[in-house]
Write a protein that binds this ligand. Sequence first.
Ligand code: ADP
Ligand code: MG
Length: 493
Amino acid sequence: MAGSAKTSAGVYQQYINGEWVGNADGKTFSVIEPATELEMARVLEAGSADVDLAVRAARAAFDSGEWPTKTPYDRAQILFKLAAKVREQLAVLAEVEALNTGKPIIEAEGDIGAVAEVFEYYGGLATKIPGQVNPVSANALSLSLREPIGVAGLIVPWNYPLLMAAWKLGPALAAGCTIVLKPAEQTPLTSLMLAEYFEEVGLPPGVVNVINGFGESCGAPLVAHPLVDKIAFTGSTEVGKSIVKSAADTLKRVTLELGGKSPNIFFADADWEASVDGALFGIFINQGEVCSAGSRILVEKKIYSRFVEAMTEKAKTIKLGPPMDRASKMGPVVNKDQYDRVREYLAIGKTEAKLACGGGRPKEFDKGYYIQPTIFYDVDNSARISREEIFGPVATVIPFEDEGEAIRIANDTPYGLAAAVWSRDIYKAFRVVKSLRAGIVWVNHMQPTCIEAPWGGYKQSGVGRELGPWGIEEYLETKQVHINLDEQPIGWY
Ligand code: ADP
Ligand code: MG
């Protein structure tokens, strides 16, 4: 038996080498429920000694060969069982995710359903990664073999806690890697719950280890650890840059999914109702705590005033409420830090732009980190609220004259994760699509995320791609094998 996930005092432990274990120094930290500002759990805090233990467990599980040499079929069966377990536990996982992040339960249910789908997708893909025969000389057989990279450190954020973990766990496990997972310190709970299923679904000890801690004291030593072969990270651009620098010392493979300031572009000829709806959905879904949030809303001057008015009217009807209320369309933001940060930007925005709606805390809540859906308009693309990622329910509406200006403003950002364009004119819409420097471009929609399609950023929004077949590539090495078919000596000497 793997022991108990929680200590007798109810503190969540660390999952290392198939066992629930204590940490080196006994430190714990508190997990807060953003709607009530109360503690919902305590978790052991991992430091570098714990990171080292977890990495060594993953290394041993990889080097023993048990996981990487399991047939892809067998690895797939385990991913399918994990998916089934997640579906079976969907209600409880979704509840914990909603309470811990603040997101509405109806969204959390969608997230957890997608977690199961990701495990199923990569279970399916595990058996479909062929090598290749290379066209070399007639006297040789040259092969390319696809092999797992080795030990992968997975560092994930708090906005979609279990889903961002699954985007990495699925392909890493399918490829045959072993893993140290470090969830975000704000939202460790669903990853720990997932670890409670590992033994039952047949994951061998050490294949996935879960430790929790803070960026500097837990994430950074994982990135620097010489026995880790690869880091997959989703989070801020600032931390992404520090990861690249640190990983350089050991030349680890790195994939990064980072920040964004994504343009959502509306031409006058687009469907009116769909546009107004899409502008709001693009920025206010998940309280705006979305890396691909459509935070810069670019609107053609011909419809600009009417569009701001229509958005504002509809934004005022968005139902803010506690995460477990099924009518809630927005909950509180994740924690006090994020709340303070967003409010700072609200203050900045009031000096840079006109405020159409929102701009503060809704009066009906006496606690919880709630922020009103906020729309700023008549603002230039050079304003701070147009350039910096706020990661909250704050939209900036910027007017443009024509197609050329829309493209220029859209691309005038250090980021390049996502973009959307709304128009009925297919010539214009597709010209814009081709001109946008972004990894994901939607036409007449914003935010649909499909497991089968590549996800990742241009420019300072990232390195590499997740999801689809692209996702598993990031966990594979290619080995060239040259088989001599000529029995003669080389004959050089
Ligand atoms: P945010 O500031 O919005 O929380 P971060 O990029 O800081 O976003 O955090 C995303 C993830 O990266 C979290 O799991 C966090 O603990 C981790 N992290 C933060 N700083 C570092 C670091 N220096 N090295 C490795 N991981 C880090
Ligand atoms: Mg940070």
